[in-house]
Design a protein around this ligand. Structure first.
Ligand code: C2O
Length: 346
């Protein structure tokens, strides 16, 4: 059965969109023309080595040097190259602020607060990671993940706060730099001591991953289908917090929308975005495993929803949600860490 109400973009419809209520932004690709030739997604060669994601707080200097090198090449590419960092960052602006209309409809396409949240971000970091790897000729390159769900990851990992790095990102809330412990359900600053904040965070993780996420829809967000009638607004547990909460917590309090991380249009300009989403992606896997894949979505409208991304060979690829449900087929996995929140039943 094919998805008759699947969501996908009309690629000829790109238009300026609202990055904030009071800010119109234009993230559309330059020299835009469509129909562009595209290819359908193919899995990477199953013989190639798995890309293993490691926690950002545990990577070594050689890894950081390698990632920095890839990123500096990516940042030096011109904006008309879809592999460039500015274009990569704009992907988030395009699909998260309604810059495209849906296919066969003038309904806006926006993937947040719906069941497209997990798969769309998986696609984004999948291609981003492969582009980085190809720029340094390393087909095992894997992004780090920011393991904010475990105590060692509850401060911003050092590799993101090194102010002698040429990638040091200033659009952040300085009061949340290390040694400040993150509040995974951040709304405003509290005066908790780290030990108490960590306990609260672990109990919160238990709630978002286990007790509050026993049904598919609670975890993955609402059922979003094509057209105006298909719209929904119901984020899953993890999307709401820690995901949204940490976007806000990282972004600069001096900017009206706590940019960069605080708003969709600007979030992916901060490299920590990619580690944040690698962790979200990992937690999707953790949740699936916890339920032995029994709660996976079978609806063809979800499986056939699709997007377009450029790959490391500059090909435009049409990729469906159903293509990205198995990380091993996608050629990657996550190094396990001990998860104390699993036993944090209040
Ligand atoms: Cu599309 Cu972390 O947001």
């Amino acid at each position: 059965k094919r998805g008759a109400k699947s969501v996908g973009p009309n690629m000829t419809s790109c238009h300026p969109s609202y990055g904030r209520k009071d800010l119109l932004v234009d993230c559309c690709p330059p020299g835009f023309q469509f129909p562009l030739p595209f290819v359908d997604f193919q899995f990477p060669d199953p013989q190639s080595p798995l890309r293993i994601h490691r926690p950002a707080h545990a990577v070594d200097v050689d890894y950081i040097a390698k990632y920095d090198k890839a990123l500096s090449i990516m940042k030096s590419l011109p904006h008309h190259d879809p592999r460039s960092f500015s274009r990569q960052a704009n992907l988030h602006c395009l699909f998260c602020t309604g810059a495209y209309d849906q296919q066969n409809s003038n309904a806006p396409l926006s993937i947040h607060r719906t069941w497209l949240f997990f798969p769309w971000h998986r696609m984004m970091i999948y291609f981003h990671e492969r582009i980085l790897g190809s720029l340094i000729g390393d087909e095992t390159f894997a992004l780090p993940y920011w393991a904010w769900d475990i105590p060692q990851g509850m401060v911003i990992p050092d590799m993101y706060t090194n102010n002698s790095s040429s990638f040091y990102h200033t659009m952040r809330d300085v009061s949340h730099l290390p040694p400040q412990t993150a509040d995974l359900n951040y709304v405003w600053d509290t005066k908790l001591i780290p030990e108490d904040q960590i306990d609260i965070n672990l109990a919160f993780m238990y709630n978002q991953m286990v007790s509050g996420a026993r049904k598919t829809e609670l975890f993955r967000g609402c059922t979003y289908k094509a057209g105006k009638e298909g719209y929904c607004n119901g984020p899953g547990t993890i999307e709401l917090a820690p995901h949204n909460a940490l976007h806000t917590w990282i972004g600069s309090s001096l900017n009206p929308g706590r940019e960069d991380m605080g708003k969709f249009y600007s979030a992916a300009k901060d490299r920590i975005f990619y580690a944040h989403h690698a962790n979200i992606d990992r937690l999707w896997e953790v949740w699936r495993e916890a339920h032995k894949q029994q709660l996976d979505i079978k609806d063809p409208d979800w499986l056939d929803s699709f997007f377009y991304f450029y790959d490391e060979n500059l090909r435009l690829v049409r990729v469906k949600v159903g293509d990205v449900v198995d990380t091993i087929k996608l050629g990657y996995s996550y190094e396990q860490v001990h998860r104390p929140w699993l036993n944090m039943r209040p």
